[in-house]
Design a protein around this ligand. Structure first.
Ligand code: 5GP
Ligand code: MN
Length: 325
């Protein structure tokens, strides 16, 4: 078993020894996914390497201020014409999370897997996985520090964004002393903390508020008050004009109710599939719960996609949660 320092060194060698990389994060990217993608892009550019940044879909609007975020290819709009031998996956707990971007990987592609999910299954030829890191951006902070490059305000802002969003504004239990120490350094590099909190966590579009209202109207709870959930249907998305990125944070509402152990958001994709987001108050390991449905994540925040109709999936998930209580 190699140490974290050895893994960091190995990842650095992977960057130094190869060239012409494809950098990818998970489908429907969150703050950490986007930050990690651009941070790797920035590091590669400092090292004089060629690279392409890509995601299966678009980058949420509120993150489009990040450096190099305009370079992340949206493959739905701009499909690539070629494949890559060297791929760097960031914040992807399992290989499937890269989505359709997989078609741009050579059949025998060498993959560097950088991630912080405890459920990461270690795919790839080189792995840099730190399950107790608050965000993948925290790992990239360390990788940048051993790479002899000079910090500036823009890259500091990207790393801060990953930390800020994955810790829910430095509030969740993953907010370690190390996270606070890193944040302090990043503020020294010129990061505007309050402005980022406002933009990434506080401010809402009208569509976001409308879809939140719909979700709260659907709120349900088990008789014992330990499980609470909300549902969002395709019709809700049409009625409110909301995009998937507008659903971020809604799952916290059922979880925040006093006495609730597990809060759930059921996002109906269509008649055949439902995306399930789960949040734990602390007792239940929702990563294990989500894994039992083929998903994954963290002990307190996890998700999965389940094939089937909402009418059958909701009771099935609630029953499974009960068995974990
Ligand atoms: P969210 O509920 O915000 O979509 O995701 C919460 C956490 O669970 C994130 O860390 C995310 O990476 C993980 N997660 C969400 N959906 C899936 C999934 O379908 N598969 C896996 N492996 N992880 C997921
Ligand atoms: Mn993350």
């Amino acid at each position: 078993m190699q140490t974290y320092e050895q893994s960091l060194e190995q990842a650095k060698q992977f960057l130094l020894e190869h060239d012409d990389f494809l950098v990818v994060s998970h489908i429907q990217p969150d703050g950490d996914a986007v930050s990690s993608t651009v941070a790797v892009g920035w590091l590669l550019s400092c090292l004089g390497k060629k690279f392409t940044l890509i995601n299966e879909g678009s980058i949420p609007e509120r993150m489009q201020f990040l450096l190099m975020s305009d370079q992340i290819v949206n493959m739905e709009q701009n499909p690539l014409e070629r494949t890559f031998q060297h791929v760097i996956c960031v914040d992807c707990a399992d290989f499937g999370r890269v989505g359709l971007t997989e078609r741009y990987f050579d059949n025998n592609a060498e993959i560097l897997n950088i991630d912080h999910h405890p459920t990461n299954n270690g795919y790839g030829s080189v792995t840099l996985i730190k399950p107790d890191a608050a965000a993948t951006a925290e790992i990239l902070y360390d990788l940048i520090n051993i790479s002899n490059v000079t910090w500036n305000q823009e890259i500091a802002t990207a790393i801060y964004t990953g930390l800020l969003t994955d810790t829910g504004g430095f509030r969740y239990s993953n907010t370690s002393p190390k996270v606070m120490a890193i944040a302090s350094k990043l503020l020294d590099y010129g990061v505007n903390g309050p402005e980022l909190s406002e933009q990434l966590l506080e401010s809402m579009t009208h569509a976001q508020m409308k879809v939140l209202t719909k979700a709260l109207r659907s709120l349900q709870m088990t008789d014992d008050g330990k499980i609470s959930w909300v549902c969002i249907t395709p019709q809700d998305m049409i009625d409110t004009g909301a995009a998937n990125e507008d659903l971020e944070g809604i799952v916290n509402y059922p979880r925040n109710i006093q006495g609730v152990e597990v809060g759930i958001l059921f996002k109906v994709i269509n008649d055949q599939a439902v995306k399930v987001s789960m949040r734990s108050a602390g007792k239940v390991d929702v990563a294990a719960l989500a894994q039992s449905f083929g998903g994954g994540g963290h002990v307190r925040a996890a998700g999965c996609k389940i094939e089937g109709a909402m009418e059958t999936i909701v009771p099935e998930v609630i029953e499974r949660v009960r068995s974990f209580l």
